[in-house]
Design a protein around this ligand. Structure first.
Ligand code: UDP
Length: 321
């Protein structure tokens, strides 16, 4: 039995593939628009193509005995989704519908879906549980919530099970040092700070210093990429063993760190001094996003292993390589 990883050349997908290949046969489908082929572990079979390509999906589902699909392939930039909503609804919603139709047609019945804290919008609580109301404030968050709702409808009428994983801020690099976080262009805080500390950027811009937080900068919950990857595998195995089905889980560390605290920790880990400029708020940023992940801990025993120092330490090790 094999696992199809859609988006396995991206940051979170490639780290999950690396964890999967020691136990499972893995097929990666990725069109390489935002992913990189060199991130895919060589033990996986790689198919270059689009998620919405029916012929490619037919080929994969007929030539491999696929037991589950892990679906990471998506566009994920909030600002871009506001400027180009059709791109987000086409790639994140329409293409996923083709994948789901093909799964149903070929009798593939297990699905792990990458979702996001952006489904919560601007929450009315500091610690977010899965019961916190969802009210996304941008097309990216809406595109993910739409698929969540579609999954629930499908599971009512088809022999089909799913787990939705709502990520908070994924960060860090694989302990092998072989793969890490790299986007082009890069918009995420930790890689931007580390690139600056390595001399690849002139300065860091802190977006907003007047938020209602301890130091005025935004607070986020950073979770190590390998902790995320492990949660996917546990979710799959929990479904395959009949323990869980059709659930939604938050994935975070349960601790919030401000932008200033992240910069401080990056300075400590690297031993280098940053040049910081204070800039206006970035559109669409909620002040605080911190997860409660108690639900997946109770269901599957998942707990994050990496704390902030270890997350940034692993990212620094990879960036300095
Ligand atoms: N941020 C920042 N400067 C940057 C990049 C990000 O101040 O160059 C802030 C951003 O406004 C947010 C936090 O860092 O409050 C985390 O941003 P990131 O893009 O890494 O993740 P997000 O929370 O948006 O998913």
């Amino acid at each position: 039995m094999a696992i199809l990883v859609c988006g396995g050349a991206g940051y979170i997908g490639s780290h999950t593939v690396k964890e999967l290949v020691s136990t499972y046969e893995v097929v990666v489908l990725d069109n390489l628009t935002t992913g990189f082929e060199h991130l895919i572990d060589e033990r996986a079979d790689f198919v270059k193509g689009d998620l919405g390509d029916r012929a490619i999906l037919d080929e994969i589902f007929t030539t491999h005995s696929i037991d589950a699909v892990f679906h990471f392939a998506a566009n994920s930039l909030v600002g871009e989704s506001v400027e180009n909503p059709l791109k987000y609804y086409r790639n994140n919603v329409s293409a996923t519908l083709v994948l789901l139709e093909k799964m149903i047609e070929h009798g593939v019945k297990r699905f792990i879906f990458s979702s996001t804290a952006a489904t919560y919008g601007i929450p009315d609580t500091d610690v977010i549980t899965e019961e916190t109301s969802t009210n996304p404030i941008n097309p990216y968050g809406r595109s993910k919530l739409m698929i969540e709702q579609i999954l629930a409808d499908i599971a009512c009428v088809h022999d089909f099970q799913y787990i939705v994983l709502r990520y908070f801020n994924a960060a860090g690099a694989h302990e092998s040092g072989e793969i890490g976080e790299s986007h082009d262009p890069e918009s995420h805080l930790i890689p931007i700070v580390l690139q600056h500390l390595m001399g690849q950027r002139d300065k860091i811009s802190v977006f907003g210093t007047d938020y209602n937080t301890s130091d005025g900068t935004c607070v986020r919950d950073y979770i190590h990429i390998t902790d995320l990857a492990r949660a996917h595998i546990l979710s799959y195995e929990g479904m395959a063993n009949g323990k869980i089905a059709n659930k939604t889980y938050n994935l975070g560390n349960g601790a919030g760190y401000s932008v200033n605290e992240i910069i401080d920790t990056c300075q400590q880990v690297s031993g280098k001094q940053a040049t910081v400029e204070y800039a206006p708020r970035r559109a669409g940023d909620p002040a605080t996003l911190v997860a409660s992940s108690n639900k997946i801990t109770d269901a599957l025993g998942w707990t994050p292993v990496y704390d902030l120092q270890a997350i940034i330490g692993s990212a620094w090790a990879w960036h300095s390589k």
